[in-house]
Design a protein around this ligand. Structure first.
Ligand code: HEC
Length: 252
């Protein structure tokens, strides 16, 4: 009798446990198999080798929390899925890309650093876990604060030094008071200066220095460019980027 019960129990457990592949097919495949609206395509080795570079933790985090301004919403829109399910699906997606061992090792090395600040990682172009002057020279505000915030004087910014610098820049930006209409005009000018940017699609609102960008732009890259071009404008107390990718609308 006890054996029968055990078999019955085992049968129910296995019958209910969907494989990562089945979960993927059910919940993620409609975007990731064709690779629509900028979704990294299943099995696309070069795309996934870029995505994995900051480490698995960040990939899991993106799948669980979503990627802002894209159709990648939290858990691909499946709130019923557990963190463990999502991690198993991401593992399945990575396995499907059959990445070279060297890529997996490099990702694991970055993972071990425990850095999850996406902006820092984007800037860290050689993925060594620190920012050298050459890696931030294109951002004048960061470059200007470098020596002040390299507190241990080792010639690079670690993640806490970088975050302290970003916070200081935000405080300086918010300490300036600019009339809302003028702030809108300044943001508009910054967007207009971006090459091949659909500036007319962007609605800009400012209320007591709280700026909101909204509208539909062709891709997540444009939403990011808009944010990069405006985030340092003095007088902005908070910047809320609600631009969404136009591919969202093409998708039904
Ligand atoms: C509605 C379409 C859609 C669905 C459904 C969807 N994704 Fe995505 N996913 C995207 C898009 C678009 C991106 C690229 C976002 C960007 O620009 O970085 C993405 C990116 C990702 C990434 C890479 C994130 C990074 O940090 O680079 C992972 C991992 C991922 N998805 C996992 C999943 C999993 C797991 C599911 C199912 C539970 C899922 N996605 C369902 C559209 C989708």
């Amino acid at each position: 009798m006890r054996l029968l019960l055990a078999i019955l129990l085992l049968w129910t457990v296995t019958a209910n446990a969907a494989t990562p592949q089945a979960l993927y097919s059910e919940s993620c495949a409609h975007c990731h198999t064709p690779g629509i609206s900028g979704a990294p395509k299943l099995g696309d080795r070069s795309e996934w080798s870029q995505r994995i570079r900051p480490g698995m933790k960040l990939l899991y985090q993106a799948a669980i929390n979503g990627v802002p301004n894209t159709t990648m919403t939290a858990r691909g829109g499946h709130r019923e899925m557990s963190d463990a399910d999502i991690r198993a699906i991401v593992d399945f997606m990575i396995a499907a890309a059959a990445l070279p061992k060297s890529t997996l090792t490099a990702a694991a090395r970055y993972d071990a650093l425990g850095i999850t600040d996406r902006e820092f990682i984007r800037l860290d172009s050689n993925f060594d876990g620190a920012l050298k002057p050459a890696e931030i020279k294109h951002d004048r505000a960061l470059a200007g604060g470098f020596s002040r915030f390299d507190r241990n004087r080792d010639g690079k910014l670690d993640v806490s030094e970088y975050q302290a610098l970003e916070m200081q820049l935000e405080r300086e930006r918010a300490a300036v008071t600019v009339d809302d209409a003028q702030l809108v005009a300044m943001v508009r000018t910054a967007l207009r200066a971006l090459p091949a940017f659909p500036e007319k699609e962007v609605k800009i609102e400012a209320v007591s220095g709280a700026v909101v960008l909204s509208g539909v732009v062709p891709g997540a890259a444009e939403a990011r460019r808009a944010w990069l071009a405006t985030r340092r404008i003095a007088g902005i107390k908070t910047l809320d980027n609600r631009l969404v990718s136009g591919e969202l609308l093409a998708w039904d």
